[in-house]
Design a protein around this ligand. Sequence first.
Ligand SMILES: Cc1cc2nc3c(=O)[nH]c(=O)nc-3n(C[C@H](O)[C@H](O)[C@H](O)COP(=O)(O)OP(=O)(O)OC[C@H]3O[C@@H](n4cnc5c(N)ncnc54)[C@H](O)[C@@H]3O)c2cc1C
Length: 434
Amino acid sequence: MNQHYDAIIIGSGIIGACTAFELAKKGWKTLSLDKLPEAGYGSTSSSCAIIRTYYSVLESCALAYEGWHYWQNWQDYVGVRDEAGMIEYHNTGCLVIKTDHNHQLKIACDVMDKIGCDYRHVATENIADYLPGADTQTFHPAKRLEDEGFGEPTGATLSGAVFFPHGGYVNDPKLSAHNVQCAAQAHGAEFKFNVEVTKILRENGRTSGVELSDGSTVTAPVVVNVAGPHSSKINQMAGVSQAMKMSTRALRHEVAHVPAPAGFTEDAGVVYSDSDIHTYMRPERGNHILIGSEDPICDDKEWVDDPDKYDLNFSTQWKTMVMRAGQRFPTLGIPDTASGVVALYDVSDDWMPIYDKSDLAGFYMACGTSGNQYKNAPVAGKIMTAIIEASEAGHDHDSDPLKFHLENIDREISLEFCSRNREINKNSSFSVIG
Ligand SMILES: Cc1cc2nc3c(=O)[nH]c(=O)nc-3n(C[C@H](O)[C@H](O)[C@H](O)COP(=O)(O)OP(=O)(O)OC[C@H]3O[C@@H](n4cnc5c(N)ncnc54)[C@H](O)[C@@H]3O)c2cc1C
């Protein structure tokens, strides 16, 4: 193996693979390194892989709408056939319940108007057209299982919902990373698995490559941290954390895999987000659903100091989520045995991503993806490539943040919003919704 490259990418999850793909397309000789055995084996493989356009701030919605186009036209994006198979993207649309928590979706709809993304209001009496058998009483505020009144309606009726037709889910997120790996390899990118980066090398005031756990080194003038929940470890290795306003931390999260309630089938079900019961759901093959939590404040957050050591067993979190979902779907059975995934988000201080350079020349990061950036991976790969190319050509992205053109929706955004040195975005939901 040639030990010198133009760029080393640490991590071959979906965002790492997309970054390698975009750099390779631009002629960069890249090496992707991952300590796990295959692309997408890390947090990407646990993703619910929901594609949706509603977030709390304009830039996030614009990125997501731009990203939707790549999932919808996946074959065009990757440009190769992967012998392992190709992912399927199911454009089911997404139904989101209006609540005070999400400002009755007024902000989200205003943003959709600005970025030209469709939506339609759904009256309370029509919610069952999308969610058969749904009980439209309110259950807010969220409670813990042991709290008095858990599961009891709180006396009002939902005020309606909004249906966003540009949305759905990918059937196999791990395979999506492999599809992109193949696409990148077709442009000359190299990938190496079962290799752990243990040190970021420096020479003459800039990064010069990495050292691996076997003591060998690989040199490159550019190193990109796309290590998912390990991002803070890698930033510490590079010595860049102290100079950043934003930080990233691993957060343990469970996703429940349970039989679907009556009518919520793989063929007919939609992606659904409900901040009245603080859960989200999507259809899953075999007439099942996936249920995730929207992080109500009453739930303790399970921060994890060492992403290599965390409890992989299901806990009360699983049961609470399923029972909260059961408030809306009285026919939802609660299985005796928990199944689903236990995984880590890589959460930034305001639950929005960091796609940026660092104070160490040549060292870049795509991290802080906060449980909500799978959908943006193809755009993130392009953003990282733009930042890397401009910075390596001498542009100071800190003092003059790049503008990035979202080609599918023909809109320009300032990349200041995903800076490592931004102020905390107070318009964030401070949850997985972003
Ligand atoms: C339970 C769950 C549900 C989610 N649901 C959604 C969703 O529905 N929609 C959505 O948009 N987003 C979702 N997300 C978020 C999304 O999945 C992530 O943002 C995305 O997969 C992150 O991809 P990545 O490439 O940055 O990181 P990862 O997939 O975590 O990849 C990082 C890689 O870096 C490697 N690595 C780490 N340290 C080292 C080292 N020292 N040396 C070598 N390799 C290293 C790891 O082995 C790993 O493979 C979810 C996340 C989780 C955990």
